[in-house]
Design a binder for this molecule. Structure first.
Ligand code: FAD
Ligand code: N01
Length: 533
């Protein structure tokens, strides 16, 4: 067996997180390498190539901020860029900062083991190559491990089966009979696009999402110039706001607003941007009564949009508060739903009982299919980490320990797993923020920490159990003050004994940043720093 390659830092994943991490590790003079399962950079934007895939936070905001020159030289074509444009941007970043020679592609990390005697990680991969690294940094993505439903009889289906997160564009959909499962952000975008050209489309929904209409005009030269001039101010707002958007929630309560005025404001917010409805009053995510008023407004808008009352009954969320599940943006989704060749099936009232070679069979009907599409989501926040067999101190396994609910100090480090860092880990704002803003903050915190450790002569860092526990209690406490934990959403993780754990930190991106900075300034409070062995 070839000798393990020795490194200061091994990074897993080459999306927004892993690429920036490599830049920062090189800056502080560490030998570093990135391992990536895909054959190119981009992470989310490499894998999710389904028709209609695009971001729903404006690209000017959903982009790196670490280099003003990069901001000035890159011009976004649209407000919400399509997947190929975001991927082209990330490929440009990889070239511009000379990252490609630091990334190995088509290699999957399958196991990592901490050796207390050497104070290093031994990392195994599916190619048989092994690595021996002082630090292990998981930039594996909070939404990168797809979940597929286990439909009875699926193995008998004779046509192509597509998954939005692993799209195969050689499969022809034009004129075909398509059965599509899942109506979250991915499904909504896919249906909007394929609905234009497929023959017959059956949309199987389980828990429908609220989707707000989004216009996506090309950015004019004037708009681009204005955005470029405004970058410093906008980034400052993002970094210190609650959700890392440059648009802050408007002060005031929805329930205290005079009804006609509230209706007028919500009407104006409805088409402004993906999250403008939620930002129109600052208590929508905190106060049930205010939320109910805005939820009802959205339900009425959707009832006016979906022309067939049966389809509307199945697709308008009734049992969930607006914002409790990820709000979606739609460009043509309900237009597709309104077509005569589109059927909607609610699997809660009509479960799938069998799949034959060319039909999806429910307990009430049969739906012919040439192609099946799954847009059924991800094992969010923890899936990609648990997919690696990680063994820490005293043989402790992250898979086993997280079966009782994920835990991490600041979402950055896990007690029992020294010199391991997670970017956008559970307990960080991550998926409840503009994720790139959170990624940059995590990466900068980690690289500053590693540079500080070198300066202090420390070789090992580990989160303390008590600090981690207190942080996870705080994560839960702030979540309980909001509407989020009341929804059945992928923000919740499961425990072995059936409890549900709210995973992202919703105390505010700005507050979180301040807390991380305080921890570092206090000499890494809540961490133990030491020598190897
Ligand atoms: P990822 O981009 O997921 O990259 C992780 C990489 O790690 C992947 O390439 C994966 O192959 C690799 N990897 C994982 N495990 C292993 C392993 N064991 N071995 C080797 N490689 C491994 N966020 C927003 O804020 N705004 C948006 O508009 C938005 N749109 C989105 C649209 C889609 C379709 C999806 C799925 C997510 C979207 N997100 C959005 C969230 C998005 O995931 C993040 O914004 C961001 O791209 C995450 O970057 P990352 O580098 O942390 O993770
Ligand atoms: O996944 P999801 P996604 N039969 O989990 C349903 C980001 N993103 O890939 O909830 C029928 O939201 C499932 O129902 P349930 C964004 O953060 C952003 O769409 O399990 N349906 C759910 O409704 C987003 O939130 C963009 O009951 C089944 C749906 O499938 C996150 O990624 C674009 C089913 C999955 O929705 C995940 O989004 C794309 C079954 N057997 C993604 N099994 C932007 O536009 C599951 N479902 C920015």
């Amino acid at each position: 067996m070839a000798e393990a390659k020795k490194l200061d830092a091994l990074v897993v994943g080459a999306g927004f997180s892993g690429m920036y991490m490599l830049i920062k590790l090189r800056e502080i003079g560490l030998s570093a390498q990135v391992l990536e399962a895909g054959s190119g950079v981009g992470g989310t934007w490499y894998w999710n190539r389904y028709p209609g895939a695009r971001c729903d936070i404006s690209s000017v905001e959903y982009s790196y901020s670490f280099d003003p020159e990069l901001e000035q030289e890159w011009t976004w074509k649209e407000r919400y860029s399509a997947q190929p444009d975001i991927l082209a941007y990330l490929e440009h970043v990889a070239d511009r900062y000379g990252l490609m020679d630091g990334i190995t592609f088509n290699i999957r990390v399958i196991a990592a083991r901490w050796d207390k005697d050497t104070g290093r990680w031994t990392v195994e991969t599916d190619t048989g190559e092994t690595f021996d690294s002082q630090y292990l940094i998981l930039a594996t993505g909070a939404l990168s491990e797809p979940k597929l439903p286990d439909l009875p009889g699926l193995e008998n289906f004779s046509g192509p089966i597509l998954n939005t997160a692993r799209w195969d564009d050689s499969v022809e959909l034009t004129g075909k009979r398509v059965c599509h499962f899942g109506i979250g952000s991915s499904g909504i975008q896919t249906v909007a696009e394929i609905g234009k050209s497929v023959g017959e489309l059956t949309v199987f929904s389980r828990t429908p999402s609220f989707a707000v209409p989004c216009s996506n005009p090309p950015l004019t030269a004037e708009e681009s110039a204005a955005a470029k001039a405004n970058y410093p101010a906008m980034r400052d707002l993002q970094r210190h706001s609650a959700l890392s958007f440059a648009t802050l929630p408007k002060e005031g309560s929805a329930k205290e607003c005079e009804p006609a005025e509230r209706e007028k404001r919500l009407e104006a917010a409805w088409t402004q941007s993906t999250f403008s409805l939620l930002l129109e009053f600052d208590d929508i995510l905190f106060d049930d009564e205010s939320n109910a008023l805005v939820t009802e407004f959205a339900q009425c808008k959707l009832a006016q949009t979906i022309t067939d009352p049966e389809k509307a009954r199945k697709l308008i969320p009734q049992d969930v508060q607006l914002g409790g599940r990820r709000l979606c943006a739609e460009i043509g989704f309900y237009d597709a739903i309104n077509r005569d060749n589109v059927t909607v099936v609610d699997v809660r009232e009509e479960p799938v009982v069998n799949v034959t070679k060319d039909t999806v069979v429910t307990d009430k009907g049969s739906y012919p299919a040439d192609v099946i599409i799954f847009a059924t989501g991800f094992d969010a926040c923890v899936g990609a980490i648990k997919a690696i067999d990680i063994t820490g101190k005293e043989g402790r396994s992250i898979r086993v320990e997280w079966a009782n609910g994920p835990r991490a100090y600041l979402g950055l480090a896990v007690e029992g797993f020294p010199n391991l860092f997670t970017i956008t880990g559970p307990g960080s704002p991550s998926v409840l923020s503009n994720v790139v803003v959170s990624i940059e903050q995590h990466v900068e915190w980690i690289s500053n920490c590693l540079a500080d450790m070198r300066a202090r002569g420390a070789a090992v860092i580990e989160a303390e159990a008590q600090a981690e526990q207190a942080w996870m209690e705080h994560v839960d406490e702030v979540a309980q003050q909001t509407i989020f934990p009341k929804a059945n959403s992928w923000y919740m993780g499961n425990t072995r004994d059936g409890k549900r754990v709210f995973m992202p930190y919703v105390g505010g991106v700005g507050a979180y940043r301040a807390k991380c900075d305080e921890v570092a300034a206090a000499g890494y409070e809540g961490f133990v720093l030491g020598d190897a062995a």
